[in-house]
Design a protein around this ligand. Structure first.
Ligand SMILES: Nc1nc2c(c(=O)[nH]1)N[C@H]1C(S)=C(S)[C@@H](COP(=O)(O)OP(=O)(O)OC[C@H]3O[C@@H](n4cnc5c(N)ncnc54)[C@H](O)[C@@H]3O)O[C@H]1N2
Ligand code: MOO
Length: 395
């Protein structure tokens, strides 16, 4: 059995970014850049006004009050290109180019306008209200590096660079296979005494989407090895990652790994010294990665969060560690000493503190909906008391 750190290192090794494709800005959100974005123009493109008011020469404010002749109007998208002399000013609006010769904008609240005459009585202060050309960024400068997730903020910056297409990493195509004779489609389990709703794949699919995966198939498999081998072979076609849930342990019908035998499964690891989720495994069949998650719902979602999330982040072109951003929080209750397996307790944030949920069973499902943090406790770590710091991860 390997440690959690070793499992994460092996996940990172397997999480090699997929190929690239060129897409339009409209569909770029959520994708990961494979090539940096370089500005095609300066921003602002010229010196522009930061306010609505009057562009003028600062020197004209030496003697106050002053009356200036309004000689033109400059709008964003329709600039004024006339001559501009002492004793003159130009009506200007936010974002409009500042006429050559002007070195200050006075906001209109500080100007009395009467026909073509603008009167300034008191000194408007030191702010010039001019954004200089290229003060945000310069043409040719790299605005966003490769590997950056195109979140709502980054897509604004990408568009501002005046690019209409982006080179991004391909999205991992994923299939989820849920194994178990007892599993029924939610909504139909009540009809059969020995059935339970198949719940895990819904959470794994949602988690996968959060971390950039495209779930192209989701199926339930009966515990019949021949059938499972056929399903395994089908699932591997044109797929980057297959996630199998259940059948990971040592039961007589735990065929999750065996079903990929004919497809040439090579294990990367199997069994990790963590609680919950010990039977989690990772392998490769041909070019496709296969991740096996334990069937117990809490175990599946915890191992999904700890290992599937960084795996997908890496396949998408991000740093796998972006999915493992541990931070400190203080305990809202006592925590007893840890057993031999590194443990990831389910917790709930209460203000700045983290409260451990009372049901820590790996089969729990109600508790999952109450949790928002995983609390990490290293193997054999001593007991902790209320207020002591622990590492937590958003769950
Ligand atoms: N003798 C041993 N028994 C077990 C060991 C062990 O080391 N020795 N490990 C235990 C641990 S730890 C875990 S975790 C479980 C995981 O086993 P499997 O991955 O083989 O999971 P299953 O047996 O298929 O199912 C476990 C449990 O979860 C329910 N389940 C399964 N899939 C789903 C699903 N998609 N949706 C909802 N619920 C699901 C299933 O009905 C079982 O109740 O093994 C321990 N045993
Ligand atoms: O590793 Mo299991 O998830 O403890 O029941």
């Amino acid at each position: 059995m390997i440690s959690f750190e070793e499992a994460v290192a092996l996940v990172k090794g397997a999480a090699v970014p997929l190929g690239t494709e060129t897409i339009g800005l409209d569909t770029a959100a959520g994708r990961v850049l494979a090539e940096p974005i370089v500005a095609r123009l300066d921003s602002p493109r010229s010196d522009v006004s930061a306010m609505d008011g009057y562009a003028l020469r600062d020197a004209d404010l030496d003697q106050l009050p002053v009356e200036l002749h309004v000689v033109g109007e400059s709008f964003a998208g329709r600039s004024w290109n006339g001559e501009f002399g002492p004793g003159e000013c130009v009506r200007i609006f936010t974002g409009a180019p500042v006429p050559a010769g002007a070195d200050r904008v006075v906001i209109q609240e500080n100007v009395r306008r009467d026909g073509e005459v603008a009167t300034i009585e008191a000194h408007p202060g030191h702010a010039r209200h001019i954004r200089t050309q290229g003060s945000d960024f310069r043409r040719g400068s790299e605005l966003i590096s490769a590997g950056r997730l195109l979140d709502p903020l980054a897509v604004v910056c990408a568009a501002a660079a005046d690019v209409d297409s982006l080179v991004v990493h391909r999205v991992p195509r994923m299939r989820i296979l849920s194994t178990g004779d007892e599993l029924a489609e939610p909504g139909s389990a009540c009809n059969r005494d020995d059935a339970i709703p198949e719940s895990v794949s819904f959470g794994i699919a949602a988690l996968a989407r959060q971390w950039g995966g495209e779930v192209v198939g989701r199926s339930r498999l009966r515990d019949d090895l021949e059938e499972m081998e056929r399903s395994a072979a089908e699932a591997l076609v044109d797929t980057d990652l297959v996630v199998v849930t259940g059948g990971a342990s040592v039961g007589e019908k735990d065929f999750a790994k065996t079903m990929f035998g004919p497809a040439g499964l090579e294990l990367i690891f199997s069994n990790v010294a963590i609680k919950p989720g010990k039977p989690v495994w990772l392998g490769r069949a041909g070019k496709t990665l296969v991740l096996g998650l334990p069937g117990n719902p809490t175990s599946a979602l915890v191992t999904g969060r700890l290992l599937l999330a960084p795996l997908l982040a890496g396949l998408c072109g991000r740093e796998p560690d972006e999915a493992l951003n541990w931070r400190n929080a203080s305990l809202a209750s006592d925590l007893s000493e840890c057993g031999p397996r590194e443990t990831f307790h389910r917790g709930r944030s209460v203000g700045e503190r983290v409260e451990l949920l009372s049901n820590q069973d790996s089969s729990a499902q109600m508790t999952l909906a109450q949790a928002d943090l995983l609390v990490r406790q290293r193997a054999a770590a001593p007991a902790l008391t209320t207020g002591e710091p622990v590492q937590v991860l958003d769950f």
